[in-house]
Design a protein around this ligand. Structure first.
Ligand SMILES: [Zn+2]
Length: 77
């Protein structure tokens, strides 16, 4: 193998490494944090699955939803 070929291979390796690093940094900057995307989906899924009637007002609401406003509502405020 000639010296020129070794230099070319080294330049190619460095170029690929720099491209890979730039691609990773670009991907991290472009995609938002995963929690922002996942949280609303799981919350709405729970709201559909866990509807219960409030003993005080009779309204059907998600288990984790806040109190309806009545003084005798047992839900957490
Ligand atoms: Zn209520």
């Amino acid at each position: 193998m000639s010296f020129t070929k070794i230099l070319l291979l080294l330049a190619l390796a460095v170029g690929i490494y720099l491209l890979w690093r730039g691609f990773k940094a670009h991907k991290r900057a472009a995609s938002p944090p995963p929690l922002e995307n996942a949280a609303p989906d799981s919350r709405s899924a729970n709201a559909v699955e866990d509807l219960t009637a409030c003993p005080a007002c009779g309204a059907y609401m998600a288990v984790n939803s806040p109190a309806c406003g009545r003084a005798d509502c047992p839900r957490k405020k």
